[in-house]
Design a protein. Structure first.
Length: 227
């Protein structure tokens, strides 16, 4: 894991391929800790409106997924004085205020800050890694595990990034993989799960199975008793 001095060296590295880019860096003295950099909450949020849907089915059809997205509501806050209220048990997506570009020799991890964690705020559900070669805004998976609503404002330093240096060169960094779905995304997306290759195969299998079930059985020949 990189120390504060190693992080500083990466931020000003003379070689483009080795440099860590974080824009804007509002106040390096405040943001850089012994082994991390604080990052801030951006201005956009996505929430799922409550509805009569009781489940999220990863094998739903493209049409069903399009209908599901009708329940996704975008909320934009342009001012640091505009509130976004995250209620207990509520889930929302947002992004870092900072644009982050990782060299192919570093992997980053997003974690919450202790002050916010003690209020019940989670900043990521399970996807905490930021892959080598990533470029874009890191997505927050916000959740309120506390007993009361949490008032959030754009610009709050709610999370921190830590960095690990890889022991060997990656064969293909995130910026070069054809399967990379979130590279360079400036507009926050919900989920690119429909493009997952394994889910596509499972979805096709379900479709073929459903087609077999709808094919009428051949009628029995005259005089033959079918059991």
């Amino acid at each position: 894991m990189l120390s504060d001095s190693a992080i500083l060296k990466r931020l000003i590295h003379p070689v483009d391929e080795e440099r860590l880019v974080i824009i804007p860096m509002i106040c390096a003295g405040d943001q850089i800790g012994p082994s991390s950099i604080d990052v801030h909450l951006g201005t956009d949020f996505l929430v799922v409106e409550r509805s009569d849907r009781v489940q999220f089915d990863a094998l739903m059809s493209e049409q069903e997924y399009s209908e599901w997205l009708m329940y996704v509501k975008a909320i934009t806050r342009q001012s640091v004085l505009e509130q976004f209220i995250l209620h207990p048990g509520e889930f929302a997506l947002s992004t870092t205020l900072e644009f982050i570009s990782l060299p192919k020799t570093l992997v980053a991890h997003i974690d919450g800050r202790s002050s916010w964690a003690r209020q019940g705020l989670k900043v990521h559900a399970t996807a905490g890694n930021v892959h080598p070669g990533s470029r874009g805004f890191v997505v927050f998976e916000l959740e309120n595990d506390g007993p009361v609503p949490i008032v959030l404002y754009p610009g709050l330093a709610i999370a921190q990034l830590t960095f690990d240096e890889l022991t060997g060169a990656v064969l293909e960094d995130y910026g070069r993989r054809a399967e990379s779905r979130y590279l360079g995304v400036l507009d926050m997306l919900w989920s690119a799960y429909p493009e997952d290759s394994a889910l596509k195969r499972m979805r096709d299998l379900r479709h073929r199975s459903a087609e077999r079930e709808t094919i009428p059985a051949p009628s029995a020949a005259p005089g033959v008793c079918r059991r």
